[in-house]
Structures are given as structure tokens and as C-alpha cells.
Write a protein that binds this ligand. Structure first.
Ligand code: GAR
Length: 192
């Protein structure tokens, strides 16, 4: 039986897309659902292109009901993948999927993590700090922003004169290169 992944994303979904591509014809796993808090998120279009169903939710549904948990359970989801998802995961969802929620962060945690540290905010903070290296962290998710156990980290060089776009590009390249394969390796360890 195929393992089943749910992807949560709030924006463009370029990482989600890479994961969709990897599992498109996989005999082992499939993306069963894409969930977003943002009705305008481009990830919805990407899901559509891959004929993956999606679900849009609001704060009330996410934080005040068990509806999302019920949905994930009904779909027999094995792993939750956060790919540019910007809301804190509520305790009830973490309790339901212990060690089964992973996130990617565009910095070498614990530096440049925490509330408000997402997307360009992270890259800008890295630049402002005069760092000579940037990177990515793939980690398990707990109830605090960016604090779960690390699974994988990778670095890139920041050259003098690199601007925001360049730094963002280098980080994105690393994310796209590693997130899908790390998700695949985590899935292999999960028992159905
Ligand atoms: C990615 O760079 C991811 O690391 C970051 O959001 C971006 C989403 O891009 N996540 C965070 O900052 C989480 N704190 P994408 O929508 O193109 O995949």
C-alpha cells in the first residue's frame, strides 16, 4: 500500500512542486492532499496541475476545531510535509502525528529562526548580519517555531555583492535538491 503525504503550504509552493514531481509515478508513495490557509496561494494551481486535491482552511478551522485532523485521518495520511507553511502547528495536530511532521527552513537553525522568520525576512536578516554562509534546515516540527529535531542541514556560500535575489536563489536550489529526497527517506522509515 502506498504511503500517503499531505503538504501544507501558504505561498508559491516551489518546494511542494518538487515533491509532487518526485512522487508523481512512485509505486511507494503519493501526495494525497495539499492544504493551505491562503486561497490565493499558487500552490493550489500546482496541485491542480498534478491532479492532487486541495483544501483551503481559515484560522478558526485550524485552531478551534479537529476538522483538519479528521480530514487527514480519513485520508490515512502517514506524513505531513510543511513547504513554506507560515502558521504555527497547533498542539492537537502535533499530538496526532508525533514525529510525522517535517518542515524546511531557509537558514541554518538555530540561527535566523523563530516567529516572523520566514521567506525573505530570513534572507534579509542573514544579509544584515553580514553572514558569509547561508543554508537550509529540514527538521521535525514541535509546538514552537523552528525548534524540532534537525534532520538535515546544508550550506551555501554568500559572496561579497550577492543581493537578496541571489541569496534566495542559492537557498532555493538547495531546498529543491534536498527536500524531496529527505522526505522520501523519512517515508521509508515509516511503517504503514
Ligand atoms: C522556502 O524557502 C521555505 O524554506 C520557507 O518558505 C519558502 C517557501 O517557498 N519556509 C519558511 O520560511 C518557514 N519558516 P516555496 O513556496 O517556493 O516552496
Amino acid at each position: 500500500m502506498k504511503k500517503r503525504i499531505a503538504i501544507f503550504a501558504s505561498g508559491s509552493g516551489s518546494n511542494a512542486q518538487k515533491i509532487m514531481e518526485l512522487f508523481k509515478n512512485s509505486p511507494d508513495a503519493e501526495i494525497a492532499l495539499v492544504l493551505t490557509n491562503n486561497p490565493e496561494a499558487y500552490v493550489l494551481q500546482r496541485a491542480d496541475n498534478f491532479e492532487i486535491p486541495s483544501h483551503i482552511f481559515d484560522r478558526k478551522e485550524f485552531y478551534e476545531t479537529d476538522d483538519i485532523i479528521e480530514l487527514l485521518k480519513n485520508l490515512e495520511i502517514d506524513l505531513i510535509v510543511l513547504a513554506g507553511f507560515l502558521w504555527l502547528i497547533p498542539k492537537n495536530l502535533i499530538a496526532e502525528y508525533p514525529g510525522r511532521i517535517v518542515n524546511i527552513h531557509p537558514a541554518i537553525l538555530p540561527k535566523f529562526g523563530g516567529k516572523g522568520m520566514y521567506g525573505d525576512h530570513v534572507h534579509k536578516a542573514v544579509m544584515a548580519a553580514g553572514e558569509t554562509e547561508g543554508g537550509i534546515t529540514i527538521h521535525y516540527v514541535n509546538e514552537n517555531y523552528d525548534e524540532g529535531e534537525y534532520i538535515y542541514q546544508a550550506k551555501y556560500k554568500i559572496e561579497k555583492g550577492d543581493n537578496l535575489e541571489m541569496i534566495k536563489f542559492k537557498g532555493q536550489q538547495l531546498e529543491h535538491q534536498h527536500y524531496p529526497r529527505i522526505v522520501e527517506s523519512i517515508l521509508k522509515k515509516i511503517k504503514k
